[in-house]
Design a protein around this ligand. Structure first.
Ligand SMILES: Nc1ncnc2c1ncn2[C@@H]1O[C@H](COP(=O)(O)OP(=O)(O)OP(=O)(O)O)[C@@H](O)[C@H]1O
Ligand SMILES: [Mg+2]
Length: 318
């Protein structure tokens, strides 16, 4: 079996485990940096809240950058360019899971920041993503999560319709951002990401122009938490047992052109094999890969029930 790049998860023929282009996109040069520390050496957690039984809050992370002289990753509370997430003991393989899910978003041509897996000093892989709220010259780009935008008090209380409404109210490019948002919602359902709370959606703001921030924190929480509901924020008033009709209701609420919505569904269906492949070739251990594949299979069956055929104006039932 051909080796897979630890950034994009596509086959890699070069020596080593990364495409030069993937390393360049992430680090500005085609060399993989060394990480001279392990998870236990991380400075104090950036977040400590654990108000909800979920993956968020329990995961330690560090703000880092590449030291150009030593070729090593170093902690950098100020002036960081990347976020590093080690493997939590409670959630084995979570970095590989996040990398796989981001790769799936990438495969669907979503706006995904450069990311990859790198061995820490103890050999365990961590996930590293480039900060999208930093410009190439180090300047800050303002980012605001939907928790802030909506003035919420609980990041798990709210609806995806209200996030869509905020996009329609503030985004410079409402049409594109709304479709992008809708497709991310579909993908999250398909991968079993039930943890998209209000802090996992954000705007990037340049001057007075707001745009949906790139994809972040995509994981299949369903693989880790068996009782995980379908969605953290409600869709069509529901948090669980979602059906195709609920997503069609969301599309309507978002005022998507029916043809655009049909396109988005078709795009997801067309990517089924690709997503399965990315799960199978992920760095997860074999039993988790299988569980992930099972979640994908179940979700695709639910979103695309047998008996539905697509026609030009949307969906017809046979
Ligand atoms: N690539 C990125 N660039 C800039 N900011 C980011 C990036 N990825 C995540 N963030 C910001 O950092 C916060 C935490 O990251 P993330 O959601 O990936 O981790 P988490 O473990 O779920 O953390 P939390 O428990 O705080 O939700 C996000 O809410 C987001 O605002
Ligand atoms: Mg998060």
């Amino acid at each position: 079996m051909a080796a897979r790049c630890l950034c994009c998860q596509q086959p890699v023929s070069e020596d080593g485990r990364y495409h030069a282009r993937c390393l360049k996109a992430l680090w500005g040069k085609a060399a993989a940096p060394r990480i001279p520390f392990a998870a236990k050496d991380l400075p104090d957690k950036v977040t400590t809240s654990a108000e909800h039984m979920s993956i968020s809050g329990v995961q330690a992370k560090a703000l880092v950058r590449l030291n150009e002289d030593s070729g090593e990753v170093e902690f950098s509370p100020a002036g960081s360019t990347h976020i590093l997430k080690p493997e939590p003991n409670e959630y084995p393989g979570l970095p590989a899971m996040e990398n796989a899910c981001m790769g799936m978003a990438d495969a669907l041509a979503m706006n995904v920041p450069p990311h990859g897996l790198f061995p820490m000093a103890d050999g365990r892989l961590c996930y590293i993503v480039k900060r999208f709220d930093r410009a190439d010259d180090g300047g800050k780009i303002q980012s605001e999560t939907m928790f802030q935008v909506l003035g919420a008090e609980d990041k798990y209380k709210g609806s995806l319709e209200s996030v869509g409404k905020a996009i329609r109210a503030h985004a410079e490019n409402v049409g594109l951002d709304t479709i992008d948002f809708f497709e991310r919602v579909l993908l999250c359902f398909l991968i079993g990401n039930g943890d998209m709370h209000l802090k996992n959606w954000a705007f990037l703001i340049r001057g007075k122009k707001a745009a949906l921030a790139p994809v972040y924190d995509f994981v299949s929480s369903k693989v880790y938490i068996k009782r995980e509901s379908d969605t953290a924020l409600t869709i069509n008033g529901k948090g669980d047992k979602l059906q195709r009709a609920d997503f069609e209701g969301l599309a309507k609420n978002l005022k998507l052109d029916p043809r655009a919505a049909a396109n988005s569904f078709a795009k997801m269906k067309g990517a089924q094999e690709k997503l399965r492949e990315l799960a199978i070739y992920s760095e997860l251990d074999p039993s988790m890969r299988q569980e992930f594949e099972d979640v994908l299979g179940e979700r695709f069956r639910r979103l695309f029930p047998v008996g539905n055929i697509h026609c030009e104006n949307g969906l017809a039932r046979v």
